[in-house]
Design a protein around this ligand. Sequence first.
Ligand code: PMP
Length: 353
Amino acid sequence: MSRFFSSKYAGLVPYVPGEQPRSQEFIKLNTNESPFPPSSQALRAAAEAARRLNLYSDPECRALNAKLAEVYHLAPEEILCTNGSDEILNFAFMAFCDADHPAAFPNVTYGFYKVFAALNGVPYEEIPLREDFSVNVNDYVGLNKTIFIANPNAPTGLALPLADVERLVKGNPDSVVVVDEAYVDFGGESALPLVHKYDNLLVTMTFSKSRSMAGARLGFGAACKALIADLNAIKYATNPYNVNGMTMAAGIGALEDEEYTRANCRAVMETREIVTAALREMGFELGDSKANFVFPRHPKIDGRKLYEELRARGILVRHFDTPLLARHNRITIGSREQMNRLLDALENILEEC
Ligand code: PMP
């Protein structure tokens, strides 16, 4: 840190992204990317859009908003596209949280919420999960804070039924409830239909997982027009050209190829069920994930050691160095072949311990 760095950020503990090794040798199961390439329609559209990179991108994102509106049965004014869903989450902290509207989220959830809160000087409460890592909705009803709920949650993979999400939104009529649906396409129930019913609900989604576009950085939020207008005010005060032209075009291409996305999601879910059963067979304990990852632990080996043993065998998974999660690993669901390699490696490691 230089002597010029603002004291405002002195206590900031940045989010630590998963490793992104340049070597292709690793089987990469650590950052919940898709094992499948982007849709060929997305790739063609991006290549075509590259020819216009001399121009700024459309700050209103009109073509992409119109396509999203069609696919998700929303009005274009109920949508805001961002540079990954991380950006809309940060915008939500900026727009809807302050000392009078502190944030609240589960004590095990997406690690970036804490960082966004700290970055924006927002006080926050972390609400403990139940012992089985499930969210107790009763803890959130009448909370009167800006609530951030990942559904399915990360890194647990556990999902709340839509009725519970609705209870949460209804139970906090004077606060904004942000439902982060980064993983919803892998078996969760989306709260998007509730956007027309409640003026305090923001649903965020991403193209990073189910649409295989993590590197393109495209996310969006859906909410009533007034909330989207607030978020737009933040966008235009920070980065009006937040989504680049190639990404916009690729997003439209992907949305025109929904059958490809659905087939990939089905493949990931099928593989997840096979892997879950195989892990349980080996003595791992894990919940029923509704995301593109699983979150197992084994009574014989702790998470750090398992991470290291897998890494030594060329497989990257995620380990979180916190007391609550130390025994676990988060493992992305890759291709069938990658998961077979993972299961072989795990068998080998368990034999040795
Ligand atoms: N929400 C959750 C729960 C996540 O795990 C992630 C990233 N892995 C994101 C949001 C942000 O994803 P992106 O910025 O790639 O859309």
